[in-house]
Ligand binder design. Structure first.
Ligand SMILES: C[S@@+](CC[C@H](N)C(=O)[O-])C[C@H]1O[C@@H](n2cnc3c(N)ncnc32)[C@H](O)[C@@H]1O
Length: 305
């Protein structure tokens, strides 16, 4: 895998700064973004930030930034995803499929399959039967020993872990279709192309399937924002006016969008469920204006008119 050969570490950043152009070209080529965009004067800052972000994905051990949490349990997913997620997961049958985009260690899927006594002790999603097939997806390989042990002891392919590329680089044929797709501080919070990301997610959902996600530091539905809040993901229209993430989502065709606004959390957070109701999905496009590496990154997008 091309990206696997790009050896970057947080420690190595100092050295790498002395040759930023070379580094950026290598990483952008690995990401499939191409080097020719380096010629465009407005882009270098974004491209440098994407290189920094890549370093966060690749970080290991003591170099993992403390805010980059990769081991949330299924009970954390139950708290961070919209109400209805646990019931939906619990209702899946043996021929159904669940994709977790941005799965990190895959702990939520491990909990789903934990045998009897090992099941997660608390939380709304505890003691689910683990009937459906589950696919964990992460850019970087964060499989743990526990994951490997569970796969070996099961001896089947009902839990899979995909890594080495972003969601957008998989074909629909490779992945197949899913009844449930989840994303907890995954691609939806980290991608540089929110429209393309959502369109890909929706293309992988069966009709009547649901995408459960969340995004922190956004303008909430219903003007519940505190005036002093600083935002992580901002959307603006062609005239530069703020657009709420849920208003944008509701412009998508063939979906039913539900938003639960958490205005009293440390950072205003929207818990989102998107049900696909027909196949002719079209997500309004947007372009990236700002990207600042982080956990999650700061982003600003402009909706296309
Ligand atoms: C902060 S971790 C969250 C892990 C897990 N969901 C949790 O809550 O513990 C972010 C994860 O999202 C993945 N990710 C970010 N952007 C992605 C994309 N476009 N496609 C697939 N995975 C992505 C990263 O590789 C990583 O596994």
């Amino acid at each position: 895998m091309v990206m696997g050969s790009v050896k970057l570490s947080v420690k190595g950043w100092k050295t790498a700064r002395t040759r930023p152009a070379v580094l950026i070209v290598i990483v952008l080529q690995a990401l499939g973004l191409g080097a020719c965009s380096l010629q465009e004067p407005a882009q270098p800052r974004i491209e440098e930030e994407i290189v920094k972000q890549e370093r966060i994905y690749r970080s290991r051990g003591a170099n993992v930034p403390s805010g980059y949490v990769t081991g949330r349990a299924l009970s954390d997913y139950a708290e961070l995803l919209p109400s209805g997620f646990c019931d939906a997961l619990g209702s899946l049958g043996s021929s159904d499929r669940w994709l977790d985009v941005g799965a990190g260690d895959g702990q939520a899927i491990l909990d789903y399959y934990a045998p009897g006594d090992d099941a997660a002790p608390v939380g709304k999603c505890a003691r689910l039967a683990g009937r459906a097939r589950a696919v964990a997806m992460s850019i970087e390989d964060r499989r743990t020993e526990k994951w490997q042990e569970q796969v070996t002891s099961r001896g089947d392919d009902r839990m899979r872990y995909l890594f080495g590329k972003r969601l957008r680089h998989y074909s629909r044929e490779e992945l197949g279709k899913f009844q449930i797709i989840t994303d907890v501080y995954g691609g939806f919070s980290y991608t540089e192309d929110l429209s393309q990301f959502l369109e890909k997610v929706l293309s992988l959902l069966e009709t009547d399937g649901v995408f459960y996600t969340m995004v922190q530091g956004v303008h909430l539905e219903g003007d519940k924002n505190k005036p002093t809040t600083s935002y992580l993901t901002e959307l603006v229209d062609a005239a530069g006016r703020d657009v709420k993430v849920c208003s944008w989502l509701k412009e998508t065709t063939c979906v039913k969008v539900g938003c639960e606004s958490k205005s009293d959390w440390d950072s205003p957070t929207e818990l989102i469920n998107i049900r696909k109701v027909c196949s002719d999905v079209s997500v309004p496009g947007m372009k990236l204006l700002k990207y600042e590496a982080g956990n999650p990154p700061g982003r600003r997008f402009q909706l296309e008119p």
